[in-house]
Ligand binder design. Structure first.
Ligand code: MTE
Length: 302
């Protein structure tokens, strides 16, 4: 269960100076597999933060991915070394005019890839800045033509105990599932990420494709997606199912609404052990997203 942060599972020794700060400069990143870098628009997105990205090591060594290991730390990295993100199918269905079953590479191909440097704030009060590579979700939604009945998107992770060993346990209710309201999914910030730092997503970050909604707590970012279903009713997301008094559907970053077991006022920007950042409303994305929640009580809709 997402709990009080007690374990720091990665190496926090100071390392040599960071050599790449964006996916584009990452063309000199020594160990990377530059599958996407050449396809990414060189234009800096106005939606990217000007904050410096966190180091690759930190983004890929401190993860939450219960299909590989419980709790945040280096378990997902260590336990996913043999994970194979191909072959991979993704299904789009529900209330759309153009449903489909795609091979992941055919699914990605028609869309322009963008780099988006976003803050990422976990509900456990740790944070990063990540240079994602991805497809704007709004482009996918436009292409599949939702019908008038489509009010929400429900996204699920692959169920495969061969590839995800912890799915043999009852640690969570599998498969991991998340949802967004259609208008949240259409917001220009919402991204389907297929890479970071110019290379394909490492397994521990949700290969081959995961959701990124930077104004929401990290648990909304469902990893290793195989299905996007357009539905009429609000889906019940995994963490809401596991602990409904602690985790809601909306999960907007909100420093004024504490988690029942800890404060959300501050966060520790990894690799810090101690809170060293003030948490901002909507993780600093108020201007882009506040229209979505006009008139809503965000204490009730947490
Ligand atoms: N998706 C799946 N399928 N399984 C998970 O356990 N953990 C969530 C989210 N997506 C999770 C998941 C949580 S709690 C967080 S904080 C983020 O992934 C962490 O993303 P990161 O490891 O890339 O930082």
């Amino acid at each position: 269960m997402i709990g009080v942060v007690t374990s720091i599972g990665f190496d926090i020794k100071p390392k040599a100076k960071q050599t790449a700060t964006t996916a584009i400069r990452c063309q000199v990143w020594p160990r990377t597999y530059l599958r996407y870098a050449s396809k990414v628009s060189m234009k800096k997105s106005p939606l990217s933060t000007s904050e410096a990205p966190s180091r690759y090591e930190h983004i890929t060594s401190y993860n939450n991915f219960y299909e590989f290991a419980p709790g945040a730390g280096d378990g997902p990295k260590n336990n996913s070394k043999n994970f194979k993100p191909r072959p991979w199918k993704i299904k789009i269905d529900g209330n759309v005019n153009k449903p489909g079953d795609y091979d992941i590479d055919d699914f990605i191909k028609p869309y322009a890839l963008e780099e988006r440097i976003y803050r990422m704030r976990c509900v456990e009060a740790w944070s990063f800045v990540v240079p994602w590579i991805g497809i704007p979700m709004a482009d996918v939604i436009k292409a599949v033509e939702p019908t008038a009945k489509a009010k929400y998107l429900e996204m699920t992770t692959l169920m495969d105990t061969g590839r995800f060993p912890m799915q043999k346990t009852d640690l969570l209710q599998w498969p991991y599932l998340e949802g967004l309201r259609l208008d949240e999914a259409q917001n220009p910030l919402t991204l389907l990420a297929v890479g970071l730092y110019g290379e394909v997503l490492p397994a521990q970050n949700g290969a081959p494709i995961r959701l990124v909604v930077p104004w929401k707590y990290g648990f909304k970012g469902v990893k290793s997606i195989v299905r996007i279903r357009f539905v009429e009713n609000q889906p019940r997301n995994t963490w809401q199912t596991m602990a409904p008094s602690e985790y809601g559907f909306y999960a907007n970053v909100n420093p004024n609404v504490d988690h029942p077991r800890w404060s959300q006022a501050r966060e520790r920007r990894l690799p810090s052990f101690i809170p060293n950042h003030k948490t901002e409303m909507f993780n600093g994305y108020t201007e882009q997203v506040e229209y979505l929640y006009k008139g809503m009580d965000l204490r009730k809709n947490f």
